[in-house]
Design a protein around this ligand. Structure first.
Ligand SMILES: Nc1ncnc2c1ncn2[C@@H]1O[C@H](COP(=O)(O)OP(=O)(O)OP(=O)(O)O)[C@@H](O)[C@H]1O
Ligand SMILES: [Mg+2]
Length: 495
């Protein structure tokens, strides 16, 4: 890691090359001077330059064409175009095509120094500003941690010209890649090792990797200590300098904020949910007995009216009964949600359980006009799960899927086994209605429903069941396209 700036000078006039080389060296630059555009491009493949000075008129490739070829390699390289016959036209054209500025020969003593200084300062400023803007916008526009981390990773790659960036987070004592940008990593070990080292040290670190690459890692510090690390891998020609380390620390701070916010939100939400659950359970308990009475009276009334031959009144009484049934179902749901029973685990074959839920759901929502597809992974081992509770979860998800389908729609339910993480994955996917952002954001809220007959408890119950199993439930949805719910369950006690 060096603080030396590198300058590239290309001119077919050997005398100019020599003079410029000396001047730039005097300004503290490490100078590559050549008259050959091909050699200049080869140099740009091997090292990262901080500034380039190119002669406008050269053979076979003129300065502007060379600039464009250089920019294809280093997008933000500031280029100063030099011309002996400076006209406004050529200058404007060069700047329009991406030059930072132009210099007229012969050089005015201070002009060179001023323009170079400005190019360097502006470059850094523009680069940081653009990156911070995207990260800031993402932070402001969404609280979804994954999206923020993706933006941070992307920004880190662009700002440092790294090949790739991976954001690791510690989950249950293990480093898990949460977001990445750039080209996919051929191997994780080096990145993981750097992440661990940065977290141990508590500051950004750089280390050499295979094939002359460099890996730089910055820890993500949240209040509880390191929560993960942001790691970039740079190709051999890019040597991360002090600016890059500083930038990386900045990005890792942004990522840490996103993680911290998400933790806080989760903590608040689970606290609020617990309190709400307790209150709802008490109310539900108070309602249960009167509702059971009401239902009985409505049945009696319906039978009596039917016997007396008043069909219209009997129908009304029937409707009262049905409404009371609905209320009883809501109350039953609240009780189940507010006071979840201890899990009672026993070996369960998840495919059979899912099939059973599909049959139940179809019995409840008989529809001939939809297609139901199931795909089971025979590798799924039996695991110790609470079948009764999970039945509620899967049933709710499948019913939601069926309810979302239009005529000719398709519901796909699949089970899969991930041996590496020992996880059972169940996906329920429909190509129906889908959800807009607002519905998606509220789908797990208690009593949130967009259905006339809905109770708005299904998703909340499903997630609570899955989370009590130590699993996760994720939803992806697009309005008009459909919804995919992915349930991941750790396979406890599986052989
Ligand atoms: N597969 C899906 N496709 C489209 N929207 C969905 C899907 N699943 C859930 N939703 C949306 O989320 C809301 C909440 O779902 P949830 O299952 O909690 O309640 P509900 O289905 O409305 O009522 P119920 O308590 O009867 O299940 C739904 O009203 C619907 O707007
Ligand atoms: Mg539902």
């Amino acid at each position: 890691m060096t603080g030396t700036r590198r300058a590239l000078v290309v001119d077919d006039d050997a005398a100019i090359l020599e003079v410029l080389g000396m001047r730039l060296q005097a300004l503290g630059f490490d100078v590559t001077a050549t008259g050959d555009p091909a050699r200049a491009l080869a140099a740009a493949d091997a090292t990262r330059f901080d500034v380039a000075l190119l002669d406008l008129r050269m053979e076979p490739m003129d300065g502007v064409a060379l600039m464009e070829a250089l920019h294809a390699r280093q997008a933000r390289l500031p280029v100063l175009i030099m011309t002996a016959h400076g006209t406004i036209q050529t200058a404007v054209e060069a700047v329009r095509r991406g030059a930072f500025d132009y210099l007229t020969k012969p050089f005015v003593p201070d002009e060179l120094q001023t323009k170079i200084a400005r190019a360097l300062a502006t470059r850094r400023w523009a680069r940081d500003r653009a990156r911070l803007l995207t990260v800031g916008q993402t932070l402001a526009s969404s609280g979804v941690m994954a999206r923020v981390l993706d933006a941070v990773a992307q920004a880190a790659v662009e700002a440092t010209e790294a090949e790739r960036c991976v954001v690791f987070q510690v989950e249950q004592g293990r480093l898990v890649p949460m977001a990445s940008a750039g080209s996919p990593a051929p191997a994780w070990e080096a990145l993981e090792a750097a992440a661990t080292a940065a977290m141990d040290k508590g500051v950004p670190i750089a280390r050499a990797a295979a094939e002359g690459r460099t890996v730089v890692a910055a820890p993500l510090i949240v209040r509880r200590g390191p929560a993960g690390a942001l790691v970039i891998e740079a190709p051999a020609r890019v040597e991360p300098d002090e600016d890059d380390l500083e930038l990386l620390a900045l990005f890792s701070a942004q990522a840490a904020v996103a993680i911290h916010t998400t933790h806080e939100l989760e903590r608040l939400r689970s606290g609020a949910l617990a309190a709400l659950g307790r209150m709802a359970t008490q109310v539900a308990h108070e309602l249960k007995n009167p509702l059971a009475g009401l239902r009985l009276y409505a049945r009696h009334l319906e039978q009596r009216l039917a016997r007396s031959g008043d069909a219209g009144a009997a129908e009304l009484a029937g409707k009262i009964g049905a409404t009371v049934d609905h209320l009883a179902a809501v109350v039953g749901g609240i009780t189940a949600f507010g006071r979840p029973p201890e899990l009672s685990r026993a070996p369960v074959a998840v495919a059979a359980l899912v099939d059973e839920c599909l049959d139940l759901a179809r019995a409840r929502h008989p529809r001939e006009d939809v297609e139901i597809v199931r795909a089971h992974d025979a590798a799924c081992p039996a695991a110790r799960l609470d079948a009764r509770e999970l039945r509620k979860a899967f049933l709710n998800l499948i019913v939601n899927g069926l309810e979302a389908l239009g005529p000719g729609g398709r519901l796909a339910v699949a089970t899969a086994w991930e041996p590496a993480s020992r996880t059972l994955v169940v996906t329920v996917e429909d190509d129906g209605l889908g959800m807009n952002d607002e519905t998606l954001a509220r789908a797990f809220d208690l009593f949130f429903t967009t259905k006339p007959e809905g109770t708005g408890l299904g998703m909340a119950i499903a997630r609570s069941v899955v989370e009590r199993h130590g699993g996760t439930l994720a939803v992806q949805s697009r309005p008009g396209r459909g919804t995919r719910v992915t349930v991941r369950l750790p396979a406890e006690g599986a052989a």
